[in-house]
Every structure is written in C-alpha cells, then in structure tokens.
Design a protein around this ligand. Sequence first.
Ligand code: BES
Ligand code: MN
Ligand code: ZN
Length: 460
Amino acid sequence: MNKLLNAQNTGVPLTIIEKSTYSAWQSQQTQCTQTWLAQTNFSGDGLALIPHFSAKLQGELAQALFVVNDISHYFACGDLINKLPTGQYLLKADSQYYSAICFSWLMGAYQFSPYKTNNTEKKLPSLALENEQTIVDKAIKYAQATALVRDLVNTPASDMMPINLADSATYLADSFGGEVKQVIGDQLLEHNYPTIHAVGRASTNSPRLIDLTWGDKNHPKVTLVGKGVCFDSGGLDLKPAAGMRNMKKDMGGSAHVLGLARLIMSHKLPINLRVLIPAVENAVSSNAMRPGDVITTRKGLTVEIDNTDAEGRLVLCDALCEASQDKPELIIDFATLTGAMRVALGTELPGFFSTNDQVAQDITAAGSKITDPVWRMPLYAPYNDLFKSTLADMTNCSAGPFGGAITAALYLQKFIEYDVDWVHFDVMAFNVRALSGRPLGGEAFGIRAVFDYLQSRYQQ
Ligand code: BES
Ligand code: MN
Ligand code: ZN
C-alpha cells in the first residue's frame, strides 16, 4: 500500500471537491480549461482529465478533477484509483477530508485474486499528500485492517478451517509482539469448553479456542471475542442450498476481531488486549450434536439443543463466559449470528447491543463520524421467557420466528458474568452488492467505529 499512497510533494495536481462547489471552482479556471470542460460535456460529477494547453506541454495531463457527492464519506473516492491513468497525483483538497480520501483511495485497490490463474498485478496510480506522513500512515493501517478482514472471509472454507484461522491469528500476533495460545480438540473438554467441543466435534478439522494476548498487563483490559464458525452447514438441521452458499463467511466475526486487533496493535493503543476465537466447523457426521441433546456449558448452565443451526451462540457462550471470568473492563464480540438481524437492518447496517448506554452512544457517534454506521438494538429482557426448556435450564433458541437477533443477544448475555461492560455486534461480514470501494464478498463492518471509540476512551 506504500506504493499507492505517500507524503511526497510531486505529481499531477488532483483536485477533489463536492458537487456544490463545482461551479465556483470552474469559474476560477483559465478560459482554455473552461472551454475544455464544456466541450467534453463534463457534467460536474465524477472525473475530468484536463490537458496542458501551452505549446510546450501540449496534450500532457495538466490536472485532474474529481467531483463527489459527500467528500466526508469514507468510501467517496472508492472508485478513483481505478479510473485515473497510472502515474502520481498530488492531492488538492480541504485537509479535513484527507483521511477519508486516503482510506477510500486505498480500498479501491482491494482485490482478492489468489484463486485466479491469470493473476497479473494491475498497474495503479499513486497519490501524494505533501508532508502528511501521519495521515498517510493511519490510512494505510485502516486499509490493511479492512483488507485483512476481507481476505479472511473471502478465503474458501477448505483453506480457512480452524487451524488456518489459528495460523492467521499467530501470524498477526507475531507481527506485533503478541502471543497466541490454543486449546485444541479434546483438550476443550479437559479445559471445560464443552459447548465449543460439542459444536465442532463432528468435523475432521479439530475445533479449538484461539487465545491471543498483546500489550502491557498494567493497562486496562479489553477482550474481543469473535465467532469463528469456519463453515456453517447448519449441522443435522442442515441448511438448504441457498442458505449454505455463503457460509464460508461464518467466521466473519473472528475476522472482524482480528482486523480490530490489528488496528489496536498497529496504533499501540495502551490497553491489555485479549482476543478469544472459538473456531469450529459446524459439520454433519454420526457424532454430531443432535436436536434434543443437552450440553452442560462452561458456566454450568444446561442447554437443550433446539436447533443445531443456532451454533454461533453455542461456541460464543463458552468463550464469553471465559472472557468475563477474567474480569476485563470491556468485552466486545463480533458474530455473523443471525439472519434475523439482516431482516431487521438489511445487509449493510450492522446492529449491536450494549449493556452500557454511554458506550453505545459513543460507538454510534464514532461510527457516524467516520462513515462506519452502526445501529443499536435493545436487549429486551421480557423475551428471556422464550428460551424455556422442559428438561434443561434453557434451549439454544426461541421457538418462535420473531425477534431472532434480540433473542440471540439475550442468550449470549446470560453468559456474561460480573459487572463487565459488554458490546455485541451481529454483522453480515459480506457485500451482496458492489458499492464504491466495496466489491462483492467479504467486508468489515463497524471495526473503524469501534476502534475510534476505543482510541478516544483509552488514548490520552
Ligand atoms: N450463521 C448463521 C446466521 C446468518 C445467516 C448470518 C445468514 C448471516 C447471514 C447462524 O448460525 C444461523 O444459522 N442462525 C439461524 C438461527 C436460528 C436457527 C435460530 C438463523 O439465523 O436462521
Ligand atoms: Mn447456523
Ligand atoms: Zn452460523
């Protein structure tokens, strides 16, 4: 990414403005430029390439203009890097928008092509921001974290099983001086993670709990937990084909917490970080957990399996129990937990729940500021009645079809012990339509919002 963005002071001037200021900009140009814009039918929207008109430089590119709707939007320039001819451009824009421009410039370059045989690297232009090394570095960190999330989600399940997820976590930890421990296969039973084991035992790919730690033990402890269901077939309650098609993305929550961890570690945020990832494949086999089975969870609560496809909350409940017993200041989990959340908010707006109103408000505000929108949903306690089981303490999902994202969150809440602030994100982790700078496939939702919140809370 360093090749695509730098803090040099050379390049063809590239002006980026909003539509509302186009006519003022245009009226300040030379007569030749104004004529060129008129003759090329430039509508005052998108990209204009303007040549030199002097005898000496005739025809060479003199400047570029990019006109956008909302320049503060973090994906406003998501198409730009693919539209401009190669070469270096020197940014001319209102400096308060530099971060948004740089991030979207970089995200436009994202592509996932390791499985294409004609994988030749496309030559792309570079963008220079004179003397703005800090902004450049930060944009690269944001883009690298987002690309990490996308890559992990996009990788086919056959190459992104629990062991591969653990390798990715280890690689990330090694790059920043963190440490990874794992509890693998039957060790999950010895270490009292029975629910993770029950979900993952039917797969030939051993289930595991990945435990990453980083930072100074004296700093405030923040624990991230990510759903790492490397493929969700539904289990014995098998999903129909359409519902199973994209279930390689069911480790999206773990991809999100690794992306967020990358942001935290690369910025050296003064926190004592722990990342817990219960990683499993929800597979079908003769030893798979069955509907009607009862599992005693790590917390000791007994859960009757009503539906084996509600497996995310099962693996998360043991991880969240461990996370809270460790008494951090804050627990944040990310999970592709329910289809119901997508029914409620669509695929592009992640819903989240929080036990702390101030934290919820601050995360929402951070998200609007950085165009990473998030929407708070209620932990509506009366729905706790919907988990009644005739033989165990509770079932793993409500019997009815309504309020599925809320009931899933309420299920998780039962496993948060002590008075720990808890935030739970239910995310899509996938673009089902392509938008500027956001191709089809894996996507990060909410990690920039949460990181900015953490930064304002923990960085003096
Ligand atoms: N991984 C799915 C949820 C999901 C599906 C997220 C599609 C995003 C897009 C989860 O494990 C699941 O299957 N949930 C069930 C729960 C139900 C059985 C209570 C669902 O949402 O249908
Ligand atoms: Mn499922
Ligand atoms: Zn799932």
